[in-house]
Design a protein around this ligand. Structure first.
Ligand SMILES: Cc1cc2nc3c(=O)[nH]c(=O)nc-3n(C[C@H](O)[C@H](O)[C@H](O)COP(=O)(O)OP(=O)(O)OC[C@H]3O[C@@H](n4cnc5c(N)ncnc54)[C@H](O)[C@@H]3O)c2cc1C
Length: 328
């Protein structure tokens, strides 16, 4: 049976990988995407992610993140070294203590609780986390699936009717709002801005989440410029890819306050800033949509709306979407 996967962001790529893992013939899979790894556009979120793993986003998403956590080991073994996926220690600081029941569910990541003398922090969860170099990682998966025999068509679709296969996976991210036949009005962009610095002395991730603040330091793997990503912002319904100096200043102050080690004994002015970037996460009112829709010509399996977690939920989302297809 022929299958089309719309989208070559991390969700489309993970979906094709999961299809191959289920033994689907690569020659029966065609990817259709306006933007592919290597491209940059406000309509293509994946290159702009940090990106790191997180254990503490919320209980309802743990099946997605725990599946991804384990399956990334398999993906890495297939992609090989220098594929843009690595592991390093990560400490996620909490402003309120996490409940025992929730902590028990994190056992897959073999975490430990760490204390902090910072009065804003209740405790931290430290574990060996996955970290991603999004441009490199997406290119590595793209190469892997094309080498297997999957085909790719680079074009913009105006309507889902332009696809003539009986099975369509819709991994169109923010594009789901405008794509004819989908037109999901509950989708909205969630803007983020990050500062990329050169920091060879940093080998870990540190983050601090409170109700009104998301501050993170991400060691980027397989980067030949020793990159570290400092963030960030979550701005609902903001579709602006401009970057702002006052936000850069705020990010540098917050990250160096929570983790002074980035300063390496110097000041904020001494930091070697490589670039400042903004990106638009694919937000959706009710969270990710992983759902089968029957249409005249077959079925669409929707798999979009990952917002700020496409890398860390994505294999779990793709697995769920592919299982739904296998049940049709
Ligand atoms: C600043 C920032 C930091 C982030 N940090 C993290 C992090 O640390 N961890 C994490 O897990 N996630 C992070 N994210 C979120 C992550 O980047 C997204 O969840 C993920 O990239 C979404 O991927 P996607 O494949 O759904 O969408 P996209 O990457 O946008 O891909 C959509 C695809 O669909 C195609 N498409 C859409 N419409 C059409 C059409 N009409 N015709 C043809 N093709 C179409 C596009 O061309 C593209 O190929 C971050 C995001 C930002 C902006």
């Amino acid at each position: 049976m022929s299958i089309t996967v719309i989208g070559a962001g991390i969700l489309g790529l993970y979906t094709v990988f999961e299809l191959l893992e289920e033994g689907i013939d690569p020659k029966s899979i065609n990817m259709v995407a306006q933007y592919i790894p290597g491209d940059q556009s406000p309509d293509y979120t994946s290159p702009y992610a940090g990106a790191y793993f997180s254990l503490t986003i919320g209980e309802e998403s743990l099946p997605l993140s725990s599946y991804t956590y384990e399956k990334l080991e398999v993906l890495k073994s297939k992609l090989g070294d220098n594929c843009g996926l690595g592991k390093c220690w990560s400490t996620e600081y909490q402003h309120e203590p996490l409940e025992e029941d929730y902590l028990k569910k994190l056992s897959f990541a073999n975490y430990e609780i760490v204390e902090s003398s910072d009065p804003r922090i209740a405790h931290g969860v430290k574990y060996m986390a996955w970290v991603f170099n999004p441009p490199k990682f997406t290119q590595s998966i793209m190469k892997y699936v094309l080498d297997k025999g999957v085909s790719l068509e680079v074009k913009r679709l105006n309507h889902i009717k332009e696809i003539n296969t009986p099975i369509i996976f819709n991994c169109s991210g923010n594009g789901a709002k405008k794509l004819g036949g989908v037109e999901d009005s509950t989708c909205y962009p969630v803007r983020g801005q990050v500062v990329v610095i050169r920091a060879p002395h940093i080998n870990e991730c540190v983050s601090f989440w409170s109700e009104d603040e998301s501050t993170y330091i991400i060691k980027r793997p397989d980067s030949n410029t020793d990159e570290c990503i400092l963030g960030g912002f979550y701005q609902d319904n903001v579709g602006d890819m401009s970057t702002y100096g006052f936000e850069t200043k705020d990010i540098l102050e917050r990250t160096s306050s929570i983790y002074p080690k980035i300063l390496n004994g110097g000041t904020i002015d001494d930091l070697q800033i490589l670039r400042v970037v903004a990106g638009l996460r694919p937000g959706r009112k009710d969270g990710p949509r992983i759902e089968v829709e029957k249409i005249e010509t077959g079925h669409i399996i929707h798999n979009y709306g990952a917002e700020g977690s496409g890398y860390l939920f994505g294999l779990g989302m793709a697995h769920k979407a592919v299982k739904k297809f296998l049940e049709i």
